[in-house]
Design a protein around this ligand. Structure first.
Ligand SMILES: Cc1ncc(COP(=O)(O)O)c(C=O)c1O
Length: 439
């Protein structure tokens, strides 16, 4: 057998030194650190697919808006905890123009990344009802949301949606809702890690059941507009980013600016609370807050003590990006489309070399090409495969940490690979396939 693309003695030594019990079960940041060290020691570049970070420069309108605000001196002044007024209005315009939904500016709240929006929501939602104590995750999902539950000492349950697509979703969701302990549900759409996108029928099912059982739906739109099979880029014109908001008025949306606007570094996201929920009154909240009102408890009882609002200048950055998007002068979807093109090329290279796409369809159509895809290699479980691929200069994360039942699955992120690395990817996977022939 030929030496692997990355010298095996170096890889083995660094894995030993890392002290990681299993590369497959390690967190994204642990894998990143390990690969940084192997790259340093070997002098060779990996095809890095482990971290979901934007591979593009930040949206220029954001940078300009933020610099201008800093020069005006906003850094010295505390921002309003509920968000600066023009931004709240612009977020409300954004969801009207790109989703076709009506939400008052009041319920449109900038947060310290969408991460803070989910943290604050988990905290508040867990206190909504005296007799309900559990969040339901429609998995696979973003592992940090589970970590947030662990930090907050909150209960959650989850199921892998792979076998419950389409009509099967209703019965599965109801089986949880009927227990009477679920207060809310979270999923991402498009989904990190699998890139499945719910169909309108599935969103309708989720929305109808949310209303029927009075459960709050948290819809994580971290990859807003990025199902490139449709063109969601035209403000005020359909098709709109699909959403459960069309089927229930019991929702919170998390719209991250990290990927759609390549603005991860400034940690600013949007939490959009439906008018019905924002103005809703829940007796149990009186135990924890000065009021029973949901929106007030979110802003003054949750966001305030967490961080007293969000970076003032970043709010102006986001404001400027949204203005440009809403006016139609900044096509943010077009800007990130190259992720889809990379996914298309990468998936072909993987499948040409014996790999399989794990989450491969949205019921009756092929999965979209976007920010992530999932793959496996016959005969390997995820842990073994991930370990092995490191010797071939390819890094990714296992689906084991995402709530997936697909024990063989790996998540690949398309953002960091450069087009001129496709040849390397091809050669490395060809060698992998030669060294591990399919029987
Ligand atoms: C599904 C999902 N939700 C939330 C986030 C975090 O978003 P933000 O950077 O806005 O905190 C990510 C980031 O990778 C994500 O993939």
């Amino acid at each position: 057998m030929k030496e692997t693309p990355i010298k095996s003695s170096i890889v083995s030594q660094k894995i030993d030194e890392s002290g990681l019990k299993s590369v497959g079960k390690s967190s994204i940041r642990e894998i990143k650190k390990l690969i940084d060290e192997i790259e340093d020691a070997s002098g060779q570049k990996f095809i890095r697919m482990e971290m979901g970070i934007p591979g593009l420069p930040p949206a220029q309108a954001g940078v300009e808006g933020q610099i201008e605000a800093l020069q005006r001196g906003v850094a010295a002044i505390y921002p309003d905890i509920m968000g600066i007024r023009p931004l709240k209005k612009e977020i409300s315009n954004f969801v009207k123009l790109f989703m076709g939904i009506d939400v008052s500016p009041e319920g449109c709240i900038p947060t310290v990344g969408s991460m803070q929006g989910s943290f604050a929501s988990f905290l508040l939602l867990s206190r909504l009802f005296n007799d309900r104590d559990t969040t339901l995750f429609i998995d696979p999902g973003f592992p940090v949301h589970k970590t947030q539950h662990e930090v907050l000492n909150l209960n959650y349950e989850s199921f892998d949606v792979y076998k419950f697509r389409g009509a099967k979703l209703r019965g599965k969701l109801e089986s949880y809702f009927k227990t009477g302990k679920i207060h809310s549900v979270l999923y991402s759409n498009p989904n990190n890690p699998s890139w499945i996108c719910f169909t309108e029928e599935e969103l309708q099912t989720i929305g109808e059941l949310a209303t029927q059982y009075n459960v709050v739906i948290m819809e994580d739109l971290a990859y807003f507009g990025m199902d490139f099979r449709q063109d969601y880029s035209k403000p005020g014109a359909p098709p709109y980013q699909p959403s459960v908001a069309n089927y229930t008025d019991n929702y919170i949306l998390f719209i991250s600016s990290s990927k759609a606007f390549s603005y991860a570094g400034e940690r600013i996201g949007m939490m959009v609370i439906s008018d019905n929920l924002f103005n809703g009154q829940y007796e149990n909240l009186n135990k924890f807050y000065t009021t029973d009102q949901f929106g007030y408890s979110m802003v003054f009882g949750t966001i305030y003590p967490l961080s007293s609002g969000t970076s003032h200048s970043a709010q102006y950055g986001l404001l400027n990006m949204l203005k440009a998007a809403n006016k139609g002068t900044f096509n943010f979807v077009e800007y990130v489309k190259e992720y889809g093109e990379k996914a298309r090329l990468m998936k072909k290279i993987f499948t040409d070399n014996g790999f399989r796409i794990v989450y491969d369809t949205d019921i009756n159509q092929d999965i979209a090409d976007g920010f992530y895809f999932t793959f496996s290699y016959p005969g390997f479980d995820a842990d073994e495969l991930l370990n092995k691929l490191i010797y071939y200069g390819i890094s990714a994360i296992s689906l084991l940490i995402t709530g997936s039942e697909r024990r063989e699955g790996i998540r690949a992120c398309t953002s960091l690979i450069q087009f001129d690395q496709m040849k390397d990817l091809e050669e490395r996977l060809q060698q992998f396939a030669e060294d591990n022939p399919l029987t």
